[in-house]
Design a protein around this ligand. Sequence first.
Ligand code: SF4
Length: 340
Amino acid sequence: TTPILQLDRLRMVYNIGPGLVSRLTGRADPPIVAADDVSLSLYPGQTLAVVGESGSGKTTAGRMATLQERPSAGHVRYDGQDVTHITGAALKSFRAKVQMIFQNPYDALNPRLTVGQSLAEPLRLHGLVPRSGLRQAVLEMLEAVELRPAESFADSFPSELSGGQLQRIAIARALIIKPRVVIADEPVSMLDVSIRSGVMNLMRDIQRKTGLTYLYITHDLSVARYMADRIAVMYLGAVLEEGRAETLIANAAHPYTRLLIRAAPEHRASAGKRSRIRLPSDAASQVGVPSGCRFHPRCPLAQPVCREKVPALGIVGTDRVAACHFAKDVQVNGLSVSLD
Ligand code: SF4
C-alpha cells in the first residue's frame, strides 16, 4: 500500500532571538532543531502513534503534517503529491482532508457559539452542505460521537459541558467535513482517567466504520499500544525506532524504547519494584543536541563509539527500523547486554 500522508526527511530549525547564552557569552544562541530528518508514513485506515517526552519533536511533526508549520527542509506528500509549499485553494482543500484534534478541547470551540453553530462552521466554510441541510448534518455528527440527545447538545454552550463531552465535540468538529486523515495531539491527556478509554474507543470505532487514518501523538506508550498499528518513538527531534506496534513492544531494539516500556504504568504494576528504572530527569532539550547518538547521556548501554558516531536508522527486523549501534544486541539481550 502507498502511504496517504508521508513526511519525508523533514527538518525544522528555529533560530531564537538573542537570549541568555548570547548575553552571557557574546556568542549567538544555537538554533533549536525541533525535527531532524524525520520520516514517517501514514497508511490508509491505520493509526501511527508518535511517542515521546516533551521536547521530542512529536508535536512539531504533527504540525508539519498538517502544514501549520512548513519544514525548513524535506517534503510532505499527500496521496503521492508534494504539498510542502502549497497555498491558496490547494491548501484549503488539503486542510479539509487533513484535520487536527488538540489536547485541550476548548481550543477547538468558540465559547460564544453553541455546539451546533461550532459544528456547522466548517461545513459552511468548505461549502459542503447546503444551508438547509446544516442542522441535520450537525445532529447526525453528534449521534456519531454518541452525544445524545443530539438536539439538546446542539443547543448547548461549551461552558455547560464536561471535558469528555467537549472532546467528543472537538472530534465531531474535525470529522464533520469527512477528512481522510486526523492528527490527534494528546487528545485524552487532559481528560479524567475514567473517561479516557471512552474517547479512545470512540476514535477506534469511527476508524473501523469510516477507514479514517490517524496520526496519534502521545507521551504514553500504553496509549500508543492501545491505539496504534505502528509506533514511532521520537527523542530530541529524531525518530529512534519505528515499526509495527506489537513487535516493537515485544522486542524493542532501541534502549530508549526499552526504558519507555519499563516506565509504562502496566509494566510497573506487574514488574514490582526491582526493575523500576527512572529516566534521568534532566529535561530533554533540543538546544545543543548531544554529539554522536543523541541518547548517549541517558543511555545505560552507552559506549565510547556512541559519543562520536551518529547511529543511522537501520533495519532491525521485518518492517522495523532503529537508530542504535547495538540494536541487534539489545534485541537479543535486552538492557542487560554486555557490550565488551
Ligand atoms: Fe545507547 Fe549507544 Fe545505542 Fe545510543 S547508540 S542508544 S548510546 S547503545
